[in-house]
Design a protein around this ligand. Sequence first.
Ligand code: S5P
Length: 263
Amino acid sequence: ELPALKNGIIEMKSSSIPIRQRFQTIREEKKTNLCLCADLTSLDEIIELSKQVGPNICMLKIHCDILNDFSMEKIQQLKNISRTFNFLLLEDRKFADIGNTVQLQYTKGLFQIATWADLVTVHVLPGEGIVQALEQSVQSIDEPRGCLLIAQMSSKGALTNNEDYVKGVIKCTEKYSDYVIGFISQSRLTTDNKFIHCTPGIHLNNTGDQLGQQYVTPRQAIDGRGADILIVGRAITDSINRIKTCEEYQQEGYNVYEQLRNI
Ligand code: S5P
């Protein structure tokens, strides 16, 4: 059952600490630091794929606003699969508005994101009030909720890649460290290991796409850039055998992580 929203605001105090712990446990138990980014336009297809690759991933990232067939029933199905296979569900919403608006975007409308997404992504461009507002709107959801702050982007010429901007994001992460479990980043931003660094822009064969995306390999991301979680999209979804490719990225990512841990 999806948790009910009472006037968009729910009662019990939610904490993201269980999400952090869940990630650590999943990584060790399932031996994976791979987040599959399923940028497909059919939720039916994502549901099928998630059943196939569920054992290989620690997280599934989706963009609900690109789905042609979104329904609360189907998202509930995906949520059940995420519980069965034990992976986190991340809605890559990239919230970026004033507090009142993001509360509505998080809890209302067609998607009611707060009722099903373990995690969401957030830009801190509008100021820390955005995080405060999002956290407030899940206060009473009876499941852990958390967010990842976008600190640095993988795309060419990203305006986020500015030292002061990143410093502001780190400050915000530390201030709201219950709800903010970490970053979307391109480098290690803090020595505090409780913050999870998730790095997109990963590909073993390509260095970029035609629209400004820039890729590094899993090894470069983990070893060079300090990623905890690899966010991999088209490298897997555009491959001929998605399951096999998913296994390859899982193995490569976990091997590099283990090598570094054992140094
Ligand atoms: O800086 C970023 C942040 C994100 S969340 N760069 C990104 O590419 N992303 C997301 O990661 C992007 O929205 C897409 O869903 C995914 C990368 O997809 P790929 O197909 O290029 O691996």
